[in-house]
Design a protein around this ligand. Structure first.
Ligand SMILES: [Zn+2]
Length: 162
């Protein structure tokens, strides 16, 4: 048998799976596949590949990819919306820390003067001075807590019949 015969057989195998064969073509192919193990094996492999493609495609809902993409995009938008607020909070916090460090000597002088005037013990002055430093941190924690509480309560407000 010449090369041309096998080439034609393989072409017909492919054509048969895509658009179907004319009666003469399919009769010729069936006859060839019966006597040619090589082309027969190729036809079987083609069928097997097509079948596994079809069974793999069925369990996935057609819109799954679209829905997943939508959800990911929604989450990304949500994060992007919240980020600038966070950055402003940290900037404000950092600015107040820097201001606190720069103003520390003056603040301590005010506390000292306050001690001289009122006669308060030095320990109380030092504790007050220490607390002065925690004000920016306390403020930041308070804002974070309020933000978290607001988000936790949101779904409750949206529930109907309440
Ligand atoms: Zn052949």
């Amino acid at each position: 048998m010449s090369e041309n015969v096998h080439t034609r057989a393989l072409q017909l195998v492919a054509k048969g799976r895509v658009e179907g064969l004319a009666q003469l073509e399919s009769e010729w192919l069936a006859a060839h596949l019966q006597e040619c193990e090589f082309c027969n094996e190729h036809a079987r492999q083609t069928d097997r590949a097509l079948r596994s493609l079809r069974t793999a495609a069925i369990p996935l809902p057609a819109d799954l990819a679209g829905r997943t993409q939508f959800r990911v995009r929604l989450r990304a938008m949500e994060l992007r919306e919240r980020q600038p607020q966070r950055r402003m909070l940290w900037l404000a916090c950092a600015a107040s820390w820097i201001f606190g460090i720069a103003s520390a000597p003056y603040v301590w002088r005010v506390f000292e003067w306050f001690g001289h005037v009122t006669g308060a013990p030095k320990l109380i002055l030092e504790i007050s001075f220490g607390l002065w430093w925690t004000i920016p941190a306390l403020f930041a924690v308070l804002v974070l807590l309020l933000e978290g509480a607001g988000q936790a309560e949101e779904p409750e407000w949206m529930k109907p019949g309440r």
